[in-house]
Write a protein of this length. Structure first.
Ligand code: PMP
Length: 435
């Protein structure tokens, strides 16, 4: 019987608060995720989420092919599979990678539940609490969530229009080593970066690989957008420059559909074995149904033409966004991405993207504050705008609404001084919800 005199544990919202493992204390809803609820209201133009645009997928044909596949292979597609991933899919993945000129062998591939699970498995396998992960400044918010959950010590390395800066990487590694820190891996997004929209130049790639090799720092190369170039160009994979020092991550989410949750890792043999064992321990095997469906799609559909169609569609949206930025926000800074989903917009001096967000949502436009993409408190002066999902006309309207908010915010800064700083006039700066 439970005694009434037992001390009350937890709190009213969460009675199990005292029972969680220490590592779960870092688990928080990411800024992107908590935004999705509001931003998905139909009246809001969402430039926030990075949802692939699936409107042009041939759904009827996919449904018919899926039915045929189930009649033929249902007994296997609905059964448990192999922890490393089904050979029939692992044999096909190298053909997808070959489109970027990347080499891989089926034996070195582990199929994962999206590349998100691959990041999770690598972090589980390599990171003890306090170990250092190097990541670009900024970096992908979804990976930061994983790094946080495993209590990694994330250090950012700056990037510019040509991607991660080699000199800064060298200096950061040397400094951390001097401080006695264990630098375990560099997590990098060389192609069509999320959120910065830039690509690592060809010149820098061997330099980055060489620095990491000299310091025995593993590279995790996350490449979900590499085939979505608007100019049809591809880049040398870091993995091909040093197969023993790089774990490469790929995904079908952006080149086909994220709902299947199928991605993959290509790793040096010993690391591959660890990832496979960790995955088996976590999920037994990736979805057989998802893998059979992707294999069916690759075998029966013109997937290369579909990727070409995606490129054309996303380029049209990129053009709409850049055009609208020129028209409405000429005093902001941004890059013109040559592929992928995102533009990284710098705000005028004194504006704070994080503080401005509630006001933007009130004005029916959503974005992600730059702060989401850093493990420390950087990013207040930037926002990520996604152009992948809305129609070009909606993008135009979204930027117009955003400009109304930014204009009003600039006026406030002129009168009251920058956000975060005491007002030069001594007048209390209004809070967003007071306007
Ligand atoms: N890495 C990056 C850089 C991403 O942008 C995403 C999805 N937004 C992922 C990994 C995860 O993709 P998935 O798990 O769907 O393959």
């Amino acid at each position: 019987m439970v005694s009434n005199s037992q001390p009350v544990k937890g709190n009213r919202l969460d009675p199990w608060l005292d029972s969680y493992a220490a590592r779960a204390r870092g688990l928080r809803a990411s800024e992107t995720r908590s935004l999705f609820a509001v931003a998905s209201r139909p009246e809001v133009v969402s430039l926030a989420g990075g949802m692939p645009n699936l409107k042009d997928l041939p759904l009827t044909e996919i449904a018919q092919a899926t039915e045929r596949m189930l009649r033929r292979n249902g007994a296997s597609a609905l059964q448990y599979g192999n922890g490393q991933g089904l050979p029939l899919l692992r044999d096909l993945i190298p053909h997808v990678m070959a489109m970027e000129g990347i080499h891989a062998h089926a034996d070195d591939i582990v199929v994962t539940t999206g590349s998100q699970q691959a990041v999770d498995l690598l972090t589980e396998v390599f990171i003890d609490p306090g170990d250092v992960i190097l990541a670009e400044a900024p970096t992908y918010v979804g990976s930061l969530g994983i790094f946080n959950a495993y209590e990694a010590d994330v250090h950012h390395v700056p990037l510019d229009a040509d991607g991660l800066i080699p000199q800064a990487l060298e200096e950061t590694i040397q400094r951390l080593k001097r401080e006695g820190k264990r630098v375990k891996f560099l997590y990098t997004l060389p192609n069509f970066h999320n959120p910065a929209g830039v690509c690592m130049s060809e010149e820098r790639r061997p330099q980055i690989v060489d620095i990491c090799d000299r310091h025995r720092v593993l590279i995790v190369e996350d490449n979900p957008y590499g085939l979505l170039s608007f100019e049809g160009r591809t880049y040398t994979a870091l993995k091909d420059l040093n197969p023993d020092g790089v774990v490469y991550l790929g995904s079908f989410s952006k080149i086909f559909a994220p709902g299947y949750r199928v991605g993959w890792a290509v790793a040096p043999p010993a690391v591959k074995e660890k990832i496979k064992l960790a995955s088996e321990a976590a999920i037994l095997c990736p979805s057989s149904m998802g893998q059979y469906s992707i294999a069916m799609y690759l075998n029966e559909f013109d997937w290369k033409a579909q990727i070409e169609a995606f490129r054309v569609m996303y380029k049209e949206r990129r053009d709409a966004m850049i055009g609208a930025l020129n028209e409405y926000l000429p005093y902001c800074s941004w890059n013109t991405p040559t592929g992928g989903f995102y533009t990284w917009v710098g705000l005028p001096e004194g504006l704070d993207a994080h503080e401005m967000l509630p006001r933007a949502i009130t004005n029916l436009v959503a974005y992600v504050s730059g702060t989401a993409f850093y493990a420390d408190d950087q990013g207040h002066d930037h926002m990520r705008l996604s152009f992948c999902y809305p129609e070009p006309a909606e993008i135009h309207e979204g930027i117009r609404r955003l400009a109304e908010v930014v204009d009003a915010e600039r006026d406030l800064v002129r009168i009251f001084g920058p956000a975060h700083h005491p007002s030069p006039t001594g007048i209390q700066r209004p809070q967003p919800d007071q306007i």
